[in-house]
Ligand binder design. Structure first.
Ligand SMILES: [Zn+2]
Length: 255
């Protein structure tokens, strides 16, 4: 356990390499520096390239969401941010390191802590993207951001329900540790227990047979299954209506 904390501290100090990615680019380090832990972990996780693939496959280049201008910048310190003018999502390595350190206190192995750190960052990435898509960065828009981000992940990927369950759980746990940039971000974009329940309900409702085992014992499985199926169908309809102007007509998200 002490090993990972040392590496994490080192990575924070070395987190100076900056990567730029946009909707048409893959990973291209701008400097020949030894990658810090966070960069190596992010690269091997594919969460950014997967998100870019999702955007390229499903979204048109529109005035409301000009995907050709979207940039995902990795590196530096501070909290994750989104900028509506430059269409930039910033994911500081410090934030990932912070999440990994937090999870290292809760997980048995370094591998588990790294995975939970990535899950935390993936939750954050989809959340910020949803703020950008809805052109509103304020915490008042978090209900919409959670709806868009949940729908995108659950709908777009074959294992999206399982992954979103892991991501929301990891973000919820990490943010309770209230440390550094994680704390700053957490205060602005909290995932409250009541909202996490709604997310879990959407996950269940999107495929009850597949996802019921994720969600533990329940008092009234039939009622919950029906309620959550309806909740997912309602979310699906409202997101398709909301995002149709931005999506390619052939997008699987509209099916
Ligand atoms: Zn938010």
């Amino acid at each position: 356990m002490s090993n990972i904390v040392t590496i994490v501290c080192l990575a924070i100090c070395m987190a100076s390499t900056q990567l730029n990615a946009d909707a048409s680019a893959q990973w291209k380090p701008t400097k020949n520096e030894v990658p810090p832990l966070a960069q190596r972990v992010l690269e091997s996780s594919n969460i950014v390239s997967d998100l870019l693939e999702l955007i390229n496959q499903n979204f048109n280049n529109t005035e409301q969401f000009p995907v050709d201008r979207l940039r995902i910048v990795l590196g530096s310190g501070g909290a994750p941010t989104a900028n509506l003018d430059t269409l930039t999502l910033s994911l500081p390595y410090e934030y990932l390191n912070n999440a990994i350190s937090g999870h290292a206190e809760l997980e048995e192995t370094q591998e588990a802590a790294l995975k939970r750190g990535i899950d935390t960052v993936e939750y954050t990435l989809y959340h910020l993207l949803a703020h950008v898509i809805s052109k509103d960065l304020s915490p008042d828009n978090d209900d919409t951001a959670e709806a868009i981000s949940s729908w995108l992940m659950i709908k777009a990927w074959p294992n999206g329900g399982e992954q979103w369950f892991e991501n929301a759980q990891a973000f919820g746990r990490a943010s309770q540790l209230l440390d550094g940039p994680l704390e700053d971000y957490w205060h602005a974009h909290s995932l409250y227990k009541s909202r996490n329940k709604i997310i879990n309900c959407w996950i269940l409702g999107s495929n009850p047979g597949k996802h019921e085992a994720l969600l533990g014992s329940i008092l009234d499985p039939v009622k919950r299954r029906n309620d959550c199926t309806h909740a997912w169908q309602k979310l699906n309809r409202s997101m398709q209506e909301l995002l149709m102007p931005l999506l390619k007509p052939e997008s699987e998200l509209l099916r």
